[in-house]
Write a protein that binds this ligand. Structure first.
Ligand code: SF4
Length: 409
């Protein structure tokens, strides 16, 4: 049977656990250096060792991102790190920079995947990476489905991976200097300040302080501001084009995001692999629930629709990450780590790796630290909760109550 991998983000060991439980075949993670997500928790060497051994016990894979565009000063420490990754059995490294590719090959036998940061958009480029010894190319987000088909036909032995869900950059697969220019935080070194999502106005030279919106719209313009990618409605077309890996973006995102996105794309992929693919509209509804900037099909369906691609800096979410079940304490009691402020008087929704989400009420919550009973839950509390249905560690509780605080990571 054709093998297609579902890859999910893992910004921490705990999120990796969630991604695997909810159906990922592999996760991609970053060490403390050399990757583009310097602000996600990132993995220490001990964490990387643990991640590798945990994944392999489950028969799953771990890929480590080494996808910075490196300067000389940054690659000195790389040989030692590469040898370490090989020693602990990491399944592949993801590189964008030819110098890093060369260095990885010189110091290890590690499998090499080419990062989307390399912006591969044509078969000649993919063929070249094959000659250079890479085993997989994560295509640029800017390719269309017919282009993917052509690339696969031209280079059939190269594994192709595509992004199916998550944030999009306005620049070519994230090769961007906006953040560096405006805030001296380099998007190619993992410290992007999301400058493209700021609100922009025009100021006329002789009228300092007077900000003119570019459009006749009092909210200003968000000329760089992309909606998030969502491929769920045409995933079968992407799979028909011959892709070998489906990647969910979001190493900075929450446990809820990892769980929900992974579960939905797992269901769709399993349906496709069963040979009787049927699109379930509930998939999109579940993806709409979690925080997103509006969804777009990106470039996959052809020319980018500029009207539907741009948005005005809003995020949408009907459900928020209320808490993560950490431990079963007894038949009816569980330890929950809260992430949002919510009232126990209203139902929560339970998200599990399998089956439909269920609505239930937490009948009682005790603050583990103080022993006091809690009615209004605050973020980052450890609570002993009672619920009338069985829960398991890493079940996710969500709330559709209106929030005062923003979503915790
Ligand atoms: S500023 Fe925007 S487009 Fe540029 S790297 Fe950051 S997220 Fe991407």
């Amino acid at each position: 049977m054709r093998k297609i991998e579902l890859l999910s983000p893992a910004g921490s060991l705990s999120k990796m656990n969630v991604s695997f439980r909810y159906g990922a075949d592999a996760v991609y993670i970053g060490g403390k250096a050399f990757n583009l997500r310097a602000r996600s928790s990132n993995f220490s060497q001990e964490d990387l060792r643990e991640a590798s051994s945990f994944a392999h016990k489950l028969g799953k894979k771990v890929y480590v991102a080494l996808n910075i565009l490196a300067h000389d000063r940054e690659i000195k420490a790389l040989p030692r790190f590469v040898k370490f990754l090989e020693e602990i059995g990491i399944d592949a490294v993801i590189v964008a920079d030819l110098g890093i590719l060369d260095l990885v090959q010189e110091h290890s036998q590690l499998r090499i995947h080419i990062s989307t940061q390399a912006s591969a958009t044509n078969w000649r480029s993919v063929k070249m990476y094959e000659r250079l010894g890479a085993k997989r190319v994560v295509l640029a987000r800017e390719v269309s489905i017919p282009e993917i088909r052509k690339i696969k036909d031209a280079v059939p032995d190269m594994e192709l991976e595509v992004f199916v869900h998550g944030a999009m950059c306005m620049t070519y697969s994230g090769r961007c200097n906006l953040s560096q220019y405006f805030s001296e935080r380099d998007g190619n070194r993992g410290v992007c300040s999301n400058t493209c999502r700021w609100k922009y106005h025009i100021v006329e030279e002789k009228r300092p302080g007077e900000f003119f919106p570019v459009y006749e719209d009092e909210t200003g313009t968000y000329i760089y501001n992309s909606k998030d990618l969502c491929s769920i409605e045409f995933l079968d077309k992407l799979l028909d084009a011959g892709v070998d890996g489906l990647k969910i973006e979001g190493r900075m995102k929450s446990h809820y995001y990892c769980a929900n996105a992974t579960k939905i794309y797992r269901q769709a992929l399993d349906s496709y692999l069963s040979g009787t693919y049927t699109y379930d509209p509930q998939w999109r509804r579940e993806l709409e629930k979690m925080s997103h900037r509006g969804y777009t099909s990106g470039f996959y369906l052809g020319k980018l629709d500029k009207e539907s691609e741009q948005q005005k800096g809003e995020t949408f979410a009907s459900h928020h990450f209320a808490g993560l079940v950490r431990e079963k304490l007894s038949e009816t009691e569980y330890l929950m780590e809260s992430r949002e402020r919510f009232d126990l008087a209203k139902d929560i929704e339970i998200l599990r790796p399998f089956g439909q989400n269920e609505r239930h009420r937490i009948s009682r919550a005790i603050n583990q630290k103080t022993g006091e009973e809690v009615q209004l839950v605050q973020p980052n509390m450890m609570l002993k909760i009672q619920v009338e249905v069985p829960l398991a560690p890493f079940d996710i509780l969500t709330t559709d109550q209106k929030l005062i605080d923003s979503q915790a990571p």
